[in-house]
Design a protein around this ligand. Structure first.
Ligand SMILES: Cc1cc2nc3c(=O)[nH]c(=O)nc-3n(C[C@H](O)[C@H](O)[C@H](O)COP(=O)(O)OP(=O)(O)OC[C@H]3O[C@@H](n4cnc5c(N)ncnc54)[C@H](O)[C@@H]3O)c2cc1C
Length: 420
């Protein structure tokens, strides 16, 4: 999905983390924003006091935050309006999360999957501030960031919140101590190292249990089965009566076939009760407690929004996502915008909230950048519209599946090549 989206943007920058390419990405975004305005719903501007060189602070440098920053750089600012942009992230690397499976399988390197922000932003005026966001004070318009050695107070005129989501391990007893998550770069490197150790051991059969049969669980179990080859004995536990319940039918069928080929054992209607060292206990379809031995346990079931102190002052939905207006401003919060997994963003024409995907975050970045600019330059804002381009999954190193634009279905080598 993100590849399609990126190709449309013309910015395959992860393979070439050079600033020229980033500038091109920003320009493309601006051109598209201009095109967008022709057919899109506009909303009157919000600025009454003209701001001179406003401070724009972007919290979180994932798909939503980084792309908003890139587009902001290329808005048609006047000399007086030209903002000071600060991007804050706790990590020094942008992580292209959908490529973590390629990192795990060894087909891509860490620097390809997770380039440094300083490289991505070189030759730009953006200030990258590495540190953990600890609190937000919307009344004082400040953000507290815990850097390497010091606590910093950053003032803002416009704030963009894009801190994404994080895995939840505490919902299953024992998971925090005995299971690994697979969500960020550190997780992927840890799991990779663990697989390397297991492959170097004398075990003839390496038992791996993956909990959760959504996109992450299916892609992860396929990749691991591929990496372990003949010695792998991978089990995928699904609470539902099948896998990928929110996926397109073509992708679900292809994934089922691929898992069979990779000899991944799929246990359906398996609700995990607890995890102890080396074993997972679950209720099976017959309501009896069963257990399964494992040399490695991975939990992909559940995420929650990444919050910080002061977040509670902003309106949220039942999932803890920030509620936004149709122009992606946080409701009842002047000058604060939100996008990506942290936000509930609803398409203005279908009134449907977007899913938490990179595809949605990338599309929202265009709107947020324009609307931040519009709020400073007193231009009309744009109401958010989402275009579902389809979905794409990796199924081990040799298979993938793509279902795009309602009529394009690909699998096998063509899908692998297209996805890469
Ligand atoms: C393994 C995996 C595979 C995926 N595959 C796909 C796919 O194929 N297609 C697709 O569309 N989507 C995919 N997704 C989902 C997609 O990656 C997310 O929806 C997308 O990254 C959301 O973008 P975001 O900007 O909201 O958050 P993120 O990209 O998660 O970025 C959030 C950023 O905020 C930073 N941050 C968070 N809290 C703090 C804090 N307190 N202080 C400082 N920094 C902070 C984080 O370090 C991170 O850089 C995948 C996700 C995972 C985990």
């Amino acid at each position: 999905v993100w590849v399609i989206n990126n190709m449309e943007k013309g910015c395959g920058f992860v393979m070439n983390p050079g600033s020229k390419i980033l500038h091109r990405a920003g320009r493309q975004g601006l051109l598209r924003t201009k095109r967008m305005r022709k057919g899109f719903v506009t909303v009157s501007g919000m600025s009454s006091d003209p701001l001179v060189r406003p401070n724009i602070v972007v919290l979180g440098g994932g798909f939503g935050g980084l792309y908003t920053t890139l587009h902001l750089m290329n808005m048609p600012w006047s000399r007086l309006q030209k903002p000071r942009i600060t991007l804050v992230d706790r990590s020094d690397r942008f992580v292209f999360l959908p490529l973590l499976y390629d990192l795990l399988s060894g087909s891509m390197s860490t620097s390809e999957v997770a380039p440094y922000y300083v490289e991505l932003l070189q030759n730009s005026d953006v200030k990258f501030q590495m540190g953990a966001i600890t609190s937000l004070d919307p009344d004082a318009k400040t953000v507290q960031v815990h850097g390497k050695d010091e606590e910093q107070n950053i003032e803002y005129d416009r704030l963009v919140i894009a801190t994404g989501a994080e895995p939840v391990l505490d919902s299953i007893p024992g998971a925090e101590d005995h299971a690994f998550a697979f969500y960020g770069l550190e997780d992927a490197l840890l799991v990779k190292e663990k697989l390397r150790e297991l492959l170097g051991s004398e075990l003839s059969s390496i038992k791996v249990v993956v909990i959760g049969a959504g996109f992450n669980g299916v892609e992860l179990s396929s990749t691991i089965a591929d990496v372990l080859g003949e010695r792998g004995c991978v089990t995928l536990l699904s609470r539902d009566d099948g896998i990928l319940k929110n996926s397109k039918p073509h992708n679900r069928k292809t994934a089922e076939k691929s898992l069979r080929k990779l000899r991944v054992n799929v246990e359906t209607k398996a609700s995990v009760d607890r995890i102890v060292e080396g074993a997972v206990f679950f209720q099976s379809e017959s309501s009896e407690e069963e257990s399964i031995q494992a040399d490695l346990i991975l939990c992909t079931a559940g995420t929650r929004t990444s919050k910080f102190s002061g977040f509670g002052k902003l309106p949220q939905n039942w999932r803890g996502q920030l509620q936004t207006t149709k122009t992606l401003q946080v409701k009842e919060s002047s000058g604060i915008f939100a996008l990506g997994d942290i936000a509930e963003s609803t398409d203005v024409s279908s009134a449907t909230p977007s899913k938490a995907t990179a595809q949605a975050a990338l599309q929202q970045a265009d709107y947020v950048a324009w609307n931040v600019y519009a709020s400073v330059a007193d231009e009309p804002s744009l109401a958010y519209r989402y275009l579902d381009l389809g979905e794409m999954m990796s199924l081990g190193d040799h298979d993938a599946t793509i279902s795009a634009l309602d009529s394009i279905n690909l699998s096998g080598k063509a899908a692998v090549a297209f996805r890469r």
